[in-house]
Design a protein around this ligand. Structure first.
Ligand SMILES: Nc1ncnc2c1ncn2[C@@H]1O[C@H](COP(=O)(O)OP(=O)(O)O)[C@@H](O)[C@H]1O
Ligand SMILES: NC(=O)OP(=O)(O)O
Length: 316
């Protein structure tokens, strides 16, 4: 199999106004990202796209909970909210990329694969929710929500406000990996493991069944990149570079660092759980094989980052 670039799009980078969940805003953000991805494809790279859904899956769940309170309809299980957002965001990316290829007269087809990702029902992360979803709250709003919803777990999210968290088990296997590989080998630009994939567990009969959780898309993306033997992983997020001492007067952006150096920064506590830490851990997992490269940057800088002029580059 030839070498591929896997591009992961952060769920937060698709949201402009966190309170609104506007499809118009998401479409615009996706169209901007599609231009950058099309540049990679036009330059001759085989590209696989993955994306997050943290904000969107929380909005979807909340919509369903509020509708249930008003109408008595059943609340949509979290796993189905993941499936819904995977389809909805996949559609936006698929259409934006297809249109970009039409504009450029590039003979490229795009396919989104509904992807199930296996997790263990015994994963300890089911007991300690850590994945931030949905809106950001102020401290006052968070306290009010905790009083109204005693079963919610709410944490502070990287200095950006307070958010509800849900269980986030580690991905073990990508159920549709062979379908994804075949599509890539046939020349498709594939969108897969959206929202970290739909979490499923293996039953005693060796079949699959959904389980309520949101898998971190950075871990699922790293596993996919591993399983298709990708050469590079580009993680796009809300910042142009990874920093040490983030959000303090001593903040310093990282340009090129080795995996060993990044591990030291991680151990020193520079990367918070639920935001930058999973990206770094997923990157270090992918970099265990020689010759690979991870780039972390924002969508605007993706092209410049490919020629080493932007972003944080992590190498072996
Ligand atoms: N050390 C750090 N360097 C850069 N950004 C950081 C750091 N620590 C936390 N962040 C924050 O984490 C965010 C990325 O996490 P998040 O928004 O949850 O990811 P995603 O883009 O996948 O949705 C960045 O946009 C930034 O605000
Ligand atoms: N599922 C997931 O990790 O989404 P975000 O990238 O939006 O946090």
């Amino acid at each position: 199999m030839s070498k591929f670039i896997v591009v992961a799009i952060g769920g937060n980078s698709l949201v402009k106004d966190n309170g609104r969940d506007s499809i118009e805003d998401q479409s615009e953000a996706v169209r901007e990202i599609a231009v950058n991805i099309a540049d990679l494809v036009q330059a001759g790279n085989d590209v696989v796209v993955t994306h997050g859904n943290g904000p969107q899956v929380g909005f979807e769940l909340r919509r369903s909970e509020v509708a249930s309170e008003v109408t008595g309809m059943d609340v949509t299980p979290l796993v189905n909210c993941v499936a819904g957002t995977q389809g909805g965001i996949g559609y936006l990316i698929q259409q934006a990329l297809t249109n970009e290829f039409i504009h450029r007269r590039l003979d490229k087809k795009v396919a989104t694969v509904i992807t199930q990702v296996e997790v263990s029902k015994n994963d300890p992360n089911f007991q300690s929710p850590s994945k931030p979803v949905g809106s950001f709250f102020t401290l006052e709003q968070a306290e009010e929500m905790k009083r109204a919803k005693p079963d919610w777990v709410i944490i502070e999210d990287s200095g950006r406000g307070y958010r509800r968290v849900v269980p986030s088990p580690k991905p073990i296997d990508i159920v549709e990996k062979d379908v994804i590989k075949s599509l890539i080998e046939t020349g498709y630009v594939v969108i897969a493991v959206g929202g970290g994939g739909i979490p499923v567990i293996k039953t005693e009969n060796n079949t699959y069944e959904g389980i309520d959780a949101v898998i971190d898309k950075d871990f699922a993306t790293s596993l996919l990149a591993e399983q298709i033997d990708a050469e590079s992983l580009i993680i796009t997020t809300g910042v142009p570079q990874v920093c040490v001492n983030f959000g303090t007067p001593e903040q310093k952006a990282l340009e090129e660092v080795t995996a060993a150096e990044m591990l030291v920064y991680a151990e020193q506590g520079h990367f918070p759980a639920g935001s930058m830490q999973p990206k770094i851990e997923a990157s270090l997992g992918f970099l265990k094989k020689e010759g690979r490269r991870v780039i972390i940057t924002n969508p605007e800088n993706m092209k410049a980052a490919m020629s080493q002029q932007a972003g944080t580059h992590i190498v072996n």
